[in-house]
Design a protein around this ligand. Structure first.
Ligand code: SPD
Length: 602
């Protein structure tokens, strides 16, 4: 009895998250907290989402190519090891299987380094090569196990009867080992189609696979549409693995092929639901931008006007952006670095100079945001949004009005505090609380700030730079450090939220559009930058995202509620308390180390 209960609890523990995900994919309500009735709408919505369809198409291309290459290579290898005796056979066989136990993150990093040193542009080829590298070992193990029991006298008999090596292979060997080859192929397909870690390192623009797309969508909050896509991916992978298992068990080809066909049909179903797609020959502009920074309708307007496709990838920290560009060959046409990151990118020659003659709408920008210290003369960047870092809190839960960073260290709010998952911003808050600049480089001071952040950790519910405003809205946290635009949007949903810039001062950020040095669509990139500076478009971007617009020609076009929103356009006395973050040169490494200590310490 006790054992049954224990087993039940174990299975529940294993499968509860999946059950919740699947159930919520059928939930009419957008909120996971409430059940609004059964619906299939999210599946239909997902099937009509071009980003999901194109990422699924990419995943299928990669998975099919990987399956063919890895299965053929693994079969050839397994046969060679079975037939021939040679020196160091054991060692060489062991080396083939090592990737099955090697940490994925190590494989991912080494692949990236290899491609960077070979000067290979990240894209389909690099994903397929990496997938082959890590799936080949699995396929080899499966085929090798089956070959062990293969009776060679059959091959010899065929040869004695006059069959050549090729005929013998196709008429005798392959039919005998086919179940193992099929099992291996299905396993490879399943591993490839849902790989995230390796793919995220080696994928370039235009080659976003489904798992990358899901993760990128999660950054803007988990929606039932994501639950629907994840459910389809889960079911298809389970069916493929089940078919692989049946093949391996030696079941008849018909029995084993059935779940495999169902799995493949499930992956293909979105294309059937979506109907004929758009031409694949369109020019593509690759945009790498902060999450919650541009509305789909704005992208759609640019696409319609220029007859191009804009491929959008999202990030949530300057450090993620810098890492991607520094790895090389990222393939983006436009990026959106903040002030201090522009400085870093210019110094590392990772940006190309802008052609101001192709940017006539620059005249619409407020001169106060031009010619700043991080890019004199705006040779490499033009301001897209500016904004502030502050604290938003729920006044029904936080008794006293908040006016200091110290509120985020107040033990009364233990477990109800959220901090940005951003080294410069978290250290910025701690340094300001000590009355110091958030551009401080003194190691002792930074170590003291690290200790402050470690002390604060007991109160922190989450470090989150993505959808911090949602966590506040959900009531999980009562006070959150974050960026103004997303808080301004949350305030529209819950009037009890208050946004403040602490009296000790805070960050002023200016996020800019820039073109990486290896961008291929220079002309289209300029067209996009100029498009975002048109007054109507700039007003739309500001109205939809609620970050502060540097476009003075757009201000009169904004609704009064946005123009007068103090979280969007702070008053002068607040602006005086703000400071830009600067590139700290070598001290950046110290910040990284101390931040890792905070995140991993207790
Ligand atoms: N989600 C988009 C937020 C962008 C804010 N810019 C951050 C600047 C950090 N210093």
């Amino acid at each position: 009895m006790l054992l049954t209960a224990l087993s039940l609890v174990t299975y529940l523990f294993l499968y509860a998250p999946i059950i919740v995900l699947v159930a919520l994919s059928f939930n009419r309500s957008r909120l996971s907290a409430s059940w609004g009735g059964f619906t299939l709408d999210w599946y239909a919505k997902a099937a009509s989402n071009p980003a999901i369809l194109s990422s699924l198409r990419n995943s299928l291309i990669v998975a099919f190519a990987t399956t063919v290459i890895a299965s053929v290579a693994a079969t050839a290898g397994a046969l060679a090891f079975h037939r021939h005796r040679f020196r160091q056979r054991g060692l060489l066989e062991g080396l083939i299987t090592i990737p099955t136990v090697a940490p994925e993150i190590v494989l991912a990093t080494s692949m990236l380094l290899l491609f960077a040193s070979a000067g290979l542009r990240l894209g389909f080829l690099t994903i397929i090569l990496s997938h082959v590298a890590f799936t080949l070992s699995y396929a080899f193990v499966v085929v090798k196990a089956r070959i062990a029991g293969f009776d060679h006298s059959l091959e010899e008999a065929a040869m004695d009867l006059g069959a050549g090596p090729v005929t013998t292979f196709f008429k005798v060997t392959l039919p005998a080992i086919l179940p193992a080859v099929m099992a291996a192929a299905l396993l490879v397909f399943a591993l490839s189609i849902d790989d995230y870690v390796v793919t995220s390192f080696v994928a370039g623009v235009g080659a976003t696979t489904l798992p990358l797309q899901i993760y990128s969508m999660v950054k803007s909050g988990i929606s039932p549409e994501i639950n629907a896509v994840s459910t389809v991916l889960l079911a298809a992978t389970a069916l493929l693995l089940f078919a692989a298992f049946l093949f391996e068990q030696g079941r008849s080809a018909r029995t084993a092929a059935l779940p495999a066909l169902f799995g493949l049909a499930l992956l293909g179903s979105p294309f059937v639901l979506a109907g004929p797609g758009t031409a694949g020959s369109q020019k593509v502009l690759n945009l790498y931008i902060w999450s919650n920074y541009i509305a789909p309708e704005t992208i759609a307007k640019f696409e319609a006007r220029h007859g191009v496709k804009v491929q959008v990838d999202l990030y949530d920290s300057n450090e993620a952006l810098l890492a991607k560009l520094q790895a090389g060959n990222a393939g983006y046409d436009i990026i959106v670095p903040s002030d201090y990151s522009v400085q870093v990118l210019i110094a590392q020659h990772l940006l190309q100079p802008l052609d101001h003659s192709a940017l006539p709408n620059m005249r619409n920008l407020d001169p106060g945001f031009l010619d700043r210290s991080y890019d004199h003369g705006n040779r490499y960047s033009v301001p897209y949004f500016w904004g502030t870092t502050g604290i938003a809190y729920d006044r029904t839960k936080v008794a006293a009005p908040v006016d200091s960073w110290s509120a985020l260290w107040d033990p009364r709010y233990a477990g109800r505090v959220l901090m940005l998952d951003d080294a410069r911003e978290a250290f910025g808050a701690a340094l300001k609380l000590r009355g110091r600049s958030h551009n401080s480089t003194d190691p002792r001071l930074l170590e003291a700030a690290r200790d402050d952040l470690l002390r604060q950790k007991a109160l922190v519910r989450a470090y989150n730079s993505t959808n911090f405003e949602d966590v506040l809205l959900s009531g999980d946290v009562w006070l959150a450090q974050g960026w103004n635009g997303q808080f301004a949007k949350a305030m529209d949903e819950n009037p009890n939220l208050v946004y403040v810039i602490p009296k000790e001062g805070s960050t002023l950020f200016i996020d800019n559009l820039a073109i990486p040095s290896d961008a291929r669509n220079r002309e289209l990139a300029h067209a996009f930058i100029d498009f975002t500076m048109e007054p109507e478009i700039a007003a739309e971007i500001c109205r939809t995202m609620k970050y502060s617009s540097p476009n003075q020609a757009a201000w009169p076009l904004l609704p009064e509620a946005v123009r007068k929103h103090t979280a969007v356009f702070p008053p002068k006395e607040v602006l005086q308390r703000l400071e830009l973050l600067e590139d700290l040169g070598d001290t950046t490494v110290l910040y990284d180390r101390l931040w890792t200590e905070v995140k991993s310490g207790r």
